[in-house]
Design a protein around this ligand. Structure first.
Ligand code: NAD
Length: 247
């Protein structure tokens, strides 16, 4: 299926590895001009090379911490406008809720909530003016199913979910969609770092395995397609059936 986004532009955050990288890869495969965003130039350089080799489409990259205003300004300076925005950053630490400090909460709110809110605010205006935009936020299956010791993740992503539920409807008439993609047990470095917590979840996945990053990337590319114009304000699980829900 031709997703009809050839030569569109995309900013993909948290793209030096894992799910962000997979989304960038899938978009580049569709002929999109991608800008990768993450904090380390060396890692971004390697990923840009790999994507260029595989897709023939060389991504640009911006070194920036999107949890800071300075980082977001750096992204905006090098991409004054974009057709597609994928918001994403590293997940918060796993901790027992009794050990969470005010500082932990502030960091998680900045990284997993406000970074996305601000990136949407920065780029949505231009998308609306040009009557085309696709925004995909990488959130988490914890939105649907809280996981022990991941309370920072559950709470901050639910805040973003609420924000998107309201804002997506306010800009739908302008040709701009916002959707959330909810990964659960997709095999990345983050999952390896979660150790026993991840192993216990994978054992419960009805599909009988962890997900592949490219499966997640494909879902992202579809939500960014021309054909997905009528899908907005949604939360799509990519979790092999892990979250048990009837609807
Ligand atoms: P990951 O840790 O492997 O990759 C995160 C990426 O974001 C890396 O490229 C990292 O360098 C970048 N990054 C981190 N903080 C950043 C910042 N402040 N500014 C810019 N870049 C930053 O994680 P992943 O497995 O690819 O998951 C992506 C997101 O999805 C995470 O927030 C994670 O918590 C969430 N998630 C993943 C799964 C899964 O199954 N893999 C499940 C639930 C939630």
């Amino acid at each position: 299926m031709d997703l009809q986004i050839q030569d569109r532009t995309a900013v993909v955050c948290g793209a030096s590895r894992g799910l962000g990288m997979a989304c960038a890869w899938a978009l580049a495969s569709e002929g999109v001009h991608v800008t990768l965003v993450a904090r380390r130039a060396d890692a971004l350089q390697v990923v840009a090379e790999r994507i260029a080799e595989a897709t023939g489409k060389r991504p640009a990259f911006v070194v920036a911490d999107i949890s800071t205003a300075q980082g977001r300004a750096a992204v905006q300076a090098s991409n004054t406008e974009t057709d597609i925005l994928v918001t994403n950053a590293g997940g918060p630490p796993t901790k027992d809720f009794t050990d969470l400090t005010h500082e932990d909460w502030e960091r998680a709110i900045d990284t997993n909530f406000l970074s996305a809110v601000e990136m949407i605010r920065i780029f949505a205006a231009g998308m609306r003016a040009r009557r085309f935009g696709r925004i995909v936020n990488i959130t988490s299956a914890t939105v649907r199913m809280p996981v022990e010791r991941l309370d920072l993740s559950t709470s901050t992503r639910l805040a973003l979910t609420g924000y998107v539920a309201g804002v997506a409807r306010q800009i739908a008439k302008d040709g701009v969609t916002i959707n959330n993609l909810l990964p659960g047990t997709v095999m990345t470095e983050r999952l390896v770092e979660l150790g026993a917590t991840a192993d216990a979840l994978i054992a419960r996945v009805p599909a009988g395995r962890a997900g592949k990053p490219e499966e997640f990337g494909a879902a992202c590319a579809f939500l960014c397609s021309k054909q997905a114009a009528f899908i907005t304000g949604q939360n799509l699980l990519v979790d092999g059936g892990l979250c048990t829900l009837t609807i």
